[in-house]
Write a protein that binds this ligand. Structure first.
Ligand SMILES: Nc1nc2c(ncn2[C@@H]2O[C@H](COP(=O)(O)OP(=O)(O)OP(=O)(O)O)[C@@H](O)[C@H]2O)c(=O)[nH]1
Length: 397
């Protein structure tokens, strides 16, 4: 992982006095600090993106954590013990630098959760956290720590809210990396990163032809039909697309990604291996290098259908099993990410969000989000095949 060692903007002395809440930008939460996870392939441009964000005039006081999040098992066990553990690495080096534009750069060499705990001791000195994972990390477990993790929420996590997961993909090598990234039946890390992302930056497009960029973009959309994809050079993207996007809290981003066609007028990933169904409950199924995605149009649901859908999601996510199926749990079935936006027959708008086996399906809190009568569900994972597709469709009958 490259750090911000070079080209760090002018440093100013770090004061202990927290800045007042009135200095916070209007979009930032005053109660909980949003965290954006930046994942991405090795050398894809994560640090370049970070530098860009840190040096831009955005009004946020951003804390950056660049950390080794490689061992996800370690993270998960730490997350559970977060409020009580005697952290053996607590004495490790820590370094906080306040940058000239008010950002706080924290390069703590501890494991991820310990770094966050330490960072939160400086609460008030920043109003946004960017967390850069290593190029080999699967952001799924990290995201689930910040999102709905009751244990973590009792500790440092109560002050943090997951804003979104970014994935930076190298336009030069990305396609090859995706195609080569598979060991046996396991889903490779690059695919997991794409699957977990709310926003994908296809970076270094200055180094490829438009046709090559398009081919990689199509592949990305096929793997994760619910993510926004932006092409960038040196991480140059409008910050509103990457910071404070509220991917987990609200509907607009989801609405954008699942109700409108992709860039260039294409439906997301339409030209990959797919089996589409005509009619009201159409489902599109993709399989790219062991990772599959299902997109299902979802009609306005009755209360009974909503409860059936809830049971379906719960059984698939928690038991790797299809409801009503007498077969043994499907070891091949695994959902890494699911999203959905749909309406009930009563007119209520609903949002589904899921990271691994955690999910919530709740009425949409946000006003003004236009959800069409035909809603949509997107599932990304492993083994989401024809059997799963047919089983999901039965919920809507
Ligand atoms: N031409 C070109 N070069 C880029 C672009 N983005 C980043 N680079 C260069 O690519 C190299 C790797 O960029 P980094 O930002 O360090 O990538 P990273 O993802 O942080 O790398 P790791 O942490 O090692 O995984 C650097 O030399 C960057 O200057 C881009 O859009 N175009």
């Amino acid at each position: 992982m490259s750090a911000l060692d070079d080209e760090i903007p002018e440093l100013v002395e770090f004061g202990d006095e927290p800045s007042s809440a009135s200095e916070q930008p209007s979009g930032a939460s005053t109660s909980r600090v949003p965290v954006t996870i930046i994942s991405g392939f090795l050398g894809a441009g994560k640090s370049t993106l970070l530098k860009r964000i840190l040096t831009e005039r955005h009004g946020y006081r951003i804390a950056v954590i660049m950390n080794e999040f490689g061992d996800t098992a370690d993270i998960e066990s730490r997350a559970i013990n977060i409020s009580s553990a005697e952290d053996p690495t607590a004495a490790s080096s820590e370094e906080f630098l306040e940058l000239a534009n008010g950002c706080l750069c924290c390069s703590i060499k501890d494991s991820g959760v310990a770094a966050i705990e330490k960072l939160m001791q400086r609460k008030g000195a920043f109003d946004y956290i960017l967390l850069e994972t290593t190029g080999l990390a699967d952001p799924g477990p990290i995201a689930s720590i910040f999102w709905q993790n009751e244990e973590f929420a009792k500790g440092s996590g109560k002050d943090i809210v997951l804003d979104g997961v970014l994935c930076v993909v190298d336009a030069v090598f990305g396609k090859t990396q995706i195609e080569e990234d598979r060991t046996g039946d396991e889903i490779g890390e690059s695919l997991r990163q794409i699957a977990a992302a709310d926003v994908i930056l296809l970076n270094k497009v200055d180094l490829v032809s438009p046709a090559e960029a398009q081919a990689t973009e199509d592949l990305l959309r096929a793997i994760n039909p619910s993510a926004q994809v932006y092409r960038t050079v040196r991480g140059n993207v409008d910050l509103e697309h990457v910071v404070n996007i509220k991917a987990y809290a609200s509907g607009p981003l989801l609405q954008q990604s699942i109700t409108s066609p992709g860039k260039n007028g294409k439906n997301h990933g339409h030209d990959h291996e797919s089996h589409s169904e005509n009619g009201q409950c159409g489902v599109t199924h993709y399989e790219v290098k062991g990772i599959s995605s299902l997109q299902a149009s979802c009609p306005a649901l009755s209360a009974a259908q909503l409860s059936k859908l809830d049971e379906w999601i719960r059984t698939v996510l928690w038991d790797n099993h299809l409801p009503g199926s007498s077969a043994e749990p499907l070891t091949t079935l695994q959902v890494l990410r699911c999203k959905g936006l749909f309406v009930l027959k009563s007119g209520e708008k609903y949002i589904l969000q899921g990271v691994r086996n955690m999910y919530e399906m709740v009425p949409l809190a946000e006003e003004g989000v236009d959800v069409p009568e035909q809603g949509k569900l997107v599932l990304i994972g492993k083994g989401l095949d024809e059997t799963v597709r047919a089983n999901l469709l039965s919920v809507f009958q």
